[in-house]
Each structure stands twice: as structure tokens, then as C-alpha cells.
Ligand binder design. Structure first.
Ligand SMILES: [Zn+2]
Length: 419
């Protein structure tokens, strides 16, 4: 067996075992704490809600385990199983333009992969989410969404992939620097265009109607020096009962978006506090920082791809007969997650750090007690677990566990610090 085949298989095995172990720990931890609502939440969350959250979390975890098995099976079939090679050889028989063959192979594999994942997506929405009362979408909406997404991927993805393949073929030794610049430019345009042009294809965004709330919000925005197209409400309730709020875009297109489902369950004080938290992300430049980090990572990624592309063993070790730019690109995208999995806790930790900073900002600019109360509401209504396994949380969670986050807010309040 090729050395790199063994390395690849070791990483796949190690990442799968690590995932299974963390899932096992998480389920065990949630089950061990499901009989009683943690003391800090006992006043606000009823035992049946706590147990619903435990059951919901465990259902998702068990489902995730089946999906992991399916994805791992296909990763192996595509690579050392020769699946990618089969598609590649088939298209090579039709066309002698490397660019056209490349695009055809990449989109065939992407199409097949997403078809293979469809049953899981259906099950997640119409069985798991449905069982816990979260699903509000219909099969028609679901299919229309799928068609729109596919169309978007084709319209945006074909030119992008074509340009990257062209650079890989034609731009010489330093192609990866040009490809990286192209990729960063594309990402920036997408961040800018997403809130204004893409998200509205799927949802209705409207200006906040509630006059009282609007006055409070505008006061907060001007107090924090935030200029934008305003605060928007999205009709998330069309698809799901889950509620959220987020900050997106940059420049004039930046906006804060509240799910209608969330607004329905929060008081004016709570909405103001959640908004202050979102403004904290903006004021502390979290989008810019994440973008900077991802630009460094993608530069490394393209440099590694440039090296692998010129190494014959890379193709041979992963079941591909004919070296080509598109095979290198596809293999790279397929196998990378098995390697990067082990550095994912770094990104989770960074994200949690940003959450703490945004909470500090919210504490300085609104009522922190209203933020705590909003958080408890959101945990209850989204059936998120209050008792995650610490290691599982450290590895995956983009937000600190509820109890730690609330403690942190109470601590900054009692120490009189202002963020
Ligand atoms: Zn946040």
C-alpha cells in the first residue's frame, strides 16, 4: 500500500473514532443530567422542556452518527474505491479540452454527492424536526429551495471553478496566489451580496414594524454609532420554529436580522439586549477578524494544493489513474476535512471568545439581565441542551454553554467592569 494511502486512512479512522467518542460522551452527559433542571435555570425552564431538549439533542446526535458512517463510506468509495477515477475516465472519453472535462467531472461528482445526501436531509427536516414540532416547511417549499440552491451553485460555481481550473492549468508556478486572490475576492463579494441579493431569494425581509421597539432600537444604534440599512425581520417561521438573530454583510449592506419567531417570544428589553450583543460583534470587528483568519487558511490551502497537484503519489495513493488539475482539486476538497478536523477546536474557541466579547459589549450598552433572560428563552424554545459534555462543547460549540455564558455576564456585572 502507498504511504500516503496509509496516512489518509489513519486520519480518517482517527477522526471518525474521535467523533464517535465525543458523540458518546455528549449523549451520556445529557442523559445523566436529564432528570433534573440545573438549579440556575429551575425557575425559568420546566422539567418537561428540559427533557424535550435532552431527547431532541440525543436524536440529532444519533442521526449524526448514521450520517457519519454514510459519509465515511462514500469518502472511501470516491477515493481509494475508485469512484472518482470512474467518473474521470468516463468524461475523458468524451472531451479533449482539459477545462471542459474538469468542469464536467467536478459537477458530476458534486451532483452525485448531493443526491446521495438527499435522503438524510429529508429525514432531518421531515422526521426529526417534525417530531419535535420545529418543522414548518412543506415538501413543495423544500423542493423549491433545493432547485433554487442548485441553480445558484451552478450560476456562481461554474464560472468560479472554471476560473480556478484555468489558473491551475495556465498561470504557471504561482497560479495558487492568483487563485487565492480570486477566491478572496469572490468571498468578499458573497459576504457583501448575500444579505441584499441572495438571502431574499429564500425569505422575506421586512423592516421592523413595532413603533415602540423601533424607537428603542434606533436609540441604541445611534448610541453605538452603527450605520446600516436598518434592522430587519425575516420570516423564518415559514420553514422552522427555531429562532435566532444574526449580524451579516459589510459596508452599506450590513444588517442585523431577527427571526420573526424570536421577536414573538422576546420582550422589548430582551430584543434590545440581543441587538446590543449583535452590535458587539460588529464593534469588535468579528466579521473582519474571521475573514482575515480564513484568508490565511485558504492561502495555506492553495499552497498545499499546488504542491499536491504536482505530486504523482497524490493521485496514485487516492485511486486516480490520470493526473489532472480537476482531480487534484476534487481529491483535495474530499480528503481535507479528515485532516483539518483536529484543528477545528481552535476555531470553536475563537468563536466562543467572540461571543464573550459581544456579551461584554451588550453588558455596557444594555441591560445584561435582559440578555440573560433572552438567552434562557432561546435555549428553551430551541430545545438546546443546558448540560453539554465539556469536552464535546470545547471541540464543537461556537457559543459557550448557557451556564458559563450567564456566569460570565453576572461576573462582569458584579465586578463593575465594562467591556
Ligand atoms: Zn453572538
Amino acid at each position: 500500500m502507498h504511504t500516503f494511502t496509509s496516512i489518509f486512512l489513519s486520519f480518517v479512522a482517527a477522526s471518525v473514532l474521535m467523533r464517535l467518542w465525543l458523540t458518546y460522551r455528549q449523549i451520556r452527559h445529557i442523559r445523566a443530567h436529564e432528570a433534573q433542571v440545573p438549579a440556575a435555570f429551575a425557575e425559568r425552564i420546566a422539567l418537561p422542556d428540559h427533557q424535550r431538549a435532552a431527547n431532541y439533542s440525543c436524536s440529532k446526535l444519533r442521526f449524526g452518527r448514521i450520517m457519519l458512517a454514510w459519509e465515511t463510506l462514500w469518502l472511501l468509495l470516491w477515493t481509494i474505491g475508485g469512484g472518482l477515477n470512474l467518473v474521470d475516465q468516463w468524461w475523458l472519453g468524451f472531451s479533449n479540452s482539459p477545462l471542459m472535462t474538469g468542469i464536467a467531472v467536478i459537477f458530476s461528482v458534486m451532483l452525485l454527492s448531493s443526491l446521495l445526501d438527499l435522503p438524510f436531509s429529508l429525514y432531518q427536516t421531515f422526521v426529526i424536526e417534525e417530531r419535535f414540532g420545529f418543522n414548518k416547511t412543506t415538501l413543495t417549499t423544500w423542493i423549491v429551495d433545493l432547485l433554487k440552491t442548485t441553480l445558484l451553485i451552478v450560476l456562481l460555481g461554474v464560472p468560479l471553478i472554471a476560473a480556478i481550473l484555468w489558473l491551475m492549468n495556465q498561470a504557471g508556478t504561482y497560479w495558487w496566489i492568483y487563485a487565492w486572490l480570486l477566491w478572496m475576492g469572490f468571498s468578499l463579494i458573497m459576504i457583501w451580496a448575500y444579505p441584499a441579493f441572495i438571502a431574499p431569494l429564500f425569505n422575506k425581509f421586512s423592516q421592523l414594524q413595532d413603533v415602540d421597539l423601533k424607537t428603542r432600537i434606533e436609540a441604541l444604534l445611534s448610541r453605538c454609532g452603527f450605520q446600516s440599512r436598518g434592522v430587519f425581520v425575516v420570516d423564518g417561521s415559514r420553514r422552522s420554529a427555531h429562532g435566532n438573530a444574526y449580524f451579516t454583510g459589510f459596508g452599506k449592506n450590513k444588517r442585523i436580522v431577527f427571526y420573526d419567531t424570536l421577536l414573538d417570544s422576546l420582550s422589548t428589553d430582551e430584543v434590545e439586549a440581543v441587538l446590543a450583543h449583535e452590535l458587539g460583534h460588529f464593534k469588535r470587528k468579528h466579521i473582519a477578524k474571521s475573514l482575515l483568519l480564513s484568508s490565511v487558511i485558504s492561502a495555506i490551502g492553495f499552497a498545499v494544493l499546488a504542491w499536491l497537484m504536482d505530486s504523482d503519489w497524490f493521485y496514485a495513493a487516492l485511486g486516480v489513474q490520470t493526473a489532472s488539475t480537476h482531480a487534484a482539486l476534487l481529491l483535495f476538497m474530499m480528503i481535507m476535512p479528515a485532516f483539518t478536523y483536529f484543528i477545528s477546536p481552535v476555531f470553536s474557541a475563537l468563536s466562543r471568545k467572540h461571543e464573550f466579547e459581544a456579551d461584554e459589549f451588550a453588558h455596557s450598552n444594555s441591560d445584561y439581565r435582559a440578555l440573560i433572560s433572552a438567552l434562557v428563552n432561546m435555549y428553551r424554545d430551541n430545545a438546546s441542551t443546558l448540560t453539554p459534555d465539556p469536552l464535546h462543547s470545547m471541540f464543537y460549540d461556537s457559543h459557550p454553554p448557557a451556564s458559563i455564558r450567564i456566569n460570565h455576564l453576572q461576573q462582569i456585572a458584579s465586578s463593575g467592569l465594562s467591556g
